[in-house]
Ligand binder design. Structure first.
Ligand code: GDP
Ligand code: MG
Length: 163
């Protein structure tokens, strides 16, 4: 069975940037459940000798109605149901926000294992946010810079046990 990994988190933390970095050219647009998965993308990812299916949860950015939270939950839940492990991404430069904390509360009610990923860690700007992210209670964060391709060895080591 292929490992399935979902990237989750609030908008603008860098989920799609990581997705694009990990996925080759075969990206499928999934549009089978309008309003829930319409912006979801999935593809075949490789990280060194690891091959896995990856799901980018992206619908929230383009939704402008009053049910943001339920949309977020629906889309995340759909990805979660298929995932063997989830990458919960935060922005290390801003540190954990109330939205992140809310998200984490919700994640706790699910059995899917969660790896905390602190993105935008290049340079020094992410260091305090990285430390603050321990308070989310998801264990040791994986420091990453999806944009600059830094931290991929740590990400590999975090994912390896699930392969
Ligand atoms: P998403 O909404 O979570 O999918 O986030 P995106 O992947 O669309 O990225 C949101 C913004 O963050 C974009 O402007 C990216 O260029 C930027 N970004 C993504 N990864 C990094 C990173 O590692 N470092 C920095 N500084 N910016 C990043
Ligand atoms: Mg996105």
């Amino acid at each position: 069975m292929t490992l399935t990994v979902a990237i989750i988190g609030r908008p603008n933390v860098g989920k799609s940037t990581l997705f694009n970095r990990l996925v080759g050219k075969r990206v499928a647009i999934v549009d089978d459940m309008p309003g829930v998965t319409r912006d979801r993308r999935e593809g075949d990812a490789t990280l060194s000798d690891l091959s896995f299916r990856i799901i980018d949860t992206a619908g929230l950015e383009n939704v402008h109605d009053s049910s943001l939270e339920s949309r977020m939950r629906e889309q995340t839940e759909a990805a979660f149901l298929e995932a063997d492990v989830a990458l919960m991404m935060i922005d290390a430069r801003t540190g954990p926000t109330p939205v992140d904390e809310h998200f984490v509360q919700w994640l706790r009610r699910h059995k899917t294992p969660v790896i905390l990923v602190a993105n935008k860690c290049e340079g020094a700007a992410g260091q305090s946010g990285l430390l603050e992210s321990y308070a989310l209670g998801l264990g040791e964060p994986v420091p990453l810079s999806a944009e600059h391709g830094q931290g991929l060895v740590d990400l590999y080591n975090a994912l390896r046990p699930y392969a």
